[in-house]
Ligand binder design. Structure first.
Ligand code: C5P
Length: 404
């Protein structure tokens, strides 16, 4: 049975040239068994009429906050309550701003505030509008609140520009709704390591690195949204722990290893994004060491390699590592994958702009144990998280089918 069967989907259409594509989305959803209520904004009506949607969905189309198609019911509250998903496709920059700030000045925005349905948003707009920091900030606000975005794709836009801004295609949008209705990682137990470690030198000094934890937190967050049970073992970061994860804060590599070993036998997947300090001071000075000596030599000893340790004890787990490199990216990553007994490694060249430490974006190549490779373009760390988790889902599926 289709996951859409008997589901109530509110489809909000806003004023983009891509509004006509919403007719195809409404049609596919209806064919798949969903009951689709279409809400058009005033601007959307300039691009497409309610007649189209009424014919496709065989249901009244709503425009005005004060329309009451079913007597004795306040339409927007009634619709808001029964919806399983509120899909906004295409979504303009304007609606993203309104949603981000809770503005309710028409039927669609009022519904969006009044509903507890899952929100799926497929934007479409000019590339510059999409890349505008105001729009990007609104996207992040909405994502942090749990909205699922189906990002626009690159292509020739109506204005003649070429770039990101085209509405994603109907199958991709339908897949996102399907995932929201039926989270693909439900029942999967996932351990994520994130952030740097700190190796104390004395009471006030330590050795560390510039890892912000953003990549690992994005993975934890996205995995939670996809229904996974997430344990996040994290070194010190400035980020808020993702709601719903079991977060274990640690400081040193040894503490991180101990925390991972505690849960290792009870997880299905490990994704190690932590930038673990490879060495720690051999002795930790008691109190704060005073200045004044002409020289200070600190002897360092190697830290345990957490992922390698997990690889050595691997049972049924899927192990995913990250490889930050500045040279020979793919060879070094492949070697790490083999040495640490991993199933997948995410290689990133940290010498490139927009990739690696602290950035909000990353450019990575996925490498599998069978030597397959998938280079990805520069994208947000959340999008990287989505690709990594898609690969994890494929690996889990392959494993369960090989187990018969
Ligand atoms: O060997 P390298 O540090 O480049 O390997 C990177 C991968 O190994 C990352 O996934 C990182 O989280 C993990 N790692 C670890 N413990 C270490 C060093 C790296 O878990 N001590």
């Amino acid at each position: 049975m289709s996951v859409f069967e008997g589901k109530h989907i509110l489809l909000g259409v806003t004023g983009s040239i891509a509004a006509y594509k919403a007719a195809d989305i409404a049609s596919k959803l209806t064919q798949a068994g969903a009951e689709v209520d279409v809400v058009l904004t005033e601007h959307a009506r300039r691009f497409i009429t309610e007649v189209t949607f009424r014919a496709i969905t065989r249901r009244p189309v709503l425009i005005d906050l004060f329309d009451e198609p079913e007597e004795r019911q306040i339409a927007h509250i009634h619709l808001a309550k029964r919806a399983d998903v509120l899909l906004i496709a295409p979504a303009t920059a304007n609606i993203l701003a309104k949603l981000a700030y809770g503005i309710a000045d028409d039927l669609l925005t009022t519904l969006a505030l009044a509903t507890q349905a899952k929100l799926v948003i497929a934007p479409a707009m000019n590339t510059v509008m999409w890349q505008n920091p105001a729009t990007q900030q609104n996207v992040r606000i909405l994502e942090a609140r749990g909205a699922r975005f189906v990002y626009p794709v690159e292509g020739m836009l109506a204005c003649g520009d070429v770039g990101a801004g085209k509405l994603a295609d109907t199958p991709t949008i339908l897949q996102a709704i399907e995932e929201v209705l039926n989270p693909p990682l439900r029942g999967v137990r996932l351990l994520v390591t994130a952030g740097p470690t700190e190796e104390p030198i004395d009471a006030v000094r330590h050795i560390s690195n510039p890892s912000s934890g953003k990549m690992g937190y994005a993975i934890a967050d996205e995995a939670l949204r996809q229904g996974a049970e997430v344990t996040l073992v994290t070194g010190p970061t400035l980020l808020a722990p993702p709601a719903g994860a079991k977060t274990v804060p640690v400081r040193t590599a040894q503490q991180m290893l101990d925390a991972c070993l505690q849960v290792y036998d009870a997880v299905d997947v490990v994704i190690a994004t932590a930038a673990v300090s490879d060495y720690r001071p051999a002795e930790v000075w008691q109190g704060k060491r005073k200045k004044g000596e002409p020289e200070w030599t600190i002897r360092l000893v190697p830290n345990p390699d957490i992922l390698r340790t997990l690889g050595e004890r691997k049972g049924k787990q899927i192990l995913v590592g990250f490889a930050a490199e500045t040279q020979e990216l793919l060879q070094n990553a492949q070697q790490k994958l083999r040495e640490k007994n991993l199933d997948l490694i995410v290689a990133n060249d940290v010498s490139q702009e927009g990739a690696g430490f602290r950035a909000d974006t990353n450019r990575v190549t996925l490498l599998w144990a069978d030597s397959t490779q998938k280079p990805l373009p520069l994208m947000s760390k959340r999008e990287v998280a989505q690709y990594v988790l898609q690969a994890v889902r494929d690996l889990l599926r392959a494993r369960s089918s090989s187990e018969g």
